[in-house]
Design a protein around this ligand. Structure first.
Ligand code: URA
Length: 209
């Protein structure tokens, strides 16, 4: 079974409170999501392997550590996932960015891929799929399916807020995928919104309604 990590760092929790607040406007909301994505990227990269290199400081020769050539990929689920990408790239600027777009079929209510563009070397990369909200888990499961279908071997899923239903759906469908969240909320309401959540992440990021 995949692991679920809740990032309870005080800075993440503080900023998340203002992200949730309905009185936070679009500009500030976008900035806060960007900042929290950076802080979460710091935590999610904790297990990156290091290797030693030789350098010279102004004082002496030294052996020092650098990240050992891991190939990373960040995959936002369109459209709200886009709001987390730049914050992650601040810490991992060499990561490649793919995109996955899904819509819900009105008949079957199942997510259907309408856009998938990934880096060419999918099999060699470690991917982080990002979406601010893990609600029913339908999109997350479909996005992971889409990546695996194209050869991805190593996938993490990162979101701001998750509902227990969404966590369970991902754990059941993809037990090899670890989930990284800033908060685990109470439940989904009848409209599929996370309670208390933050409302519609896409609308709040892009100022649409
Ligand atoms: N998507 C959102 O943007 N918000 C929710 O609460 C659930 C899904």
């Amino acid at each position: 079974m995949g692991k679920v990590y809740v990032f309870d760092h005080p800075l993440i929790q503080h900023k998340l409170t203002y992200i949730r607040d309905k009185n936070t406007g679009t500009k500030e909301f976008r900035e806060l999501v960007d900042e929290v994505a950076t802080l979460m990227a710091f935590e999610i990269t904790r297990d990156l392997p290091l290797e030693e290199v030789e350098i010279e400081t102004p004082v002496s020769k030294a052996r020092a550590k650098v990240i050992a050539g891991k190939k990373l990929g960040v995959i936002p689920i369109l459209r709200a996932g886009i709001g987390m990408v730049d914050g992650i790239l601040k810490l991992i600027p060499a990561a490649k960015v793919g995109h996955i777009g899904l819509y819900r079929d009105p008949q079957t209510l199942k997510p259907v891929e309408y856009y998938v563009k990934l880096p060419s070397d999918v099999e060699e990369r470690d991917f982080i799929i990002v979406d601010p909200m893990l609600a029913t888990g339908g999109s997350a499961v479909a996005a992971i399916d889409a990546l695996k279908k194209r050869g991805a071997k190593s996938i993490k899923f990162m979101c701001l807020i998750a509902a227990p239903e969404g966590v369970e759906a991902v754990e059941t469908a993809h037990p090899d995928v670890d989930i990284y969240i800033a908060a685990l909320d109470e439940r989904l309401n009848d409209h599929g919104y996370i309670v208390p959540g933050l409302g519609d992440a896409g609308d709040r990021l892009f100022g649409t309604k």
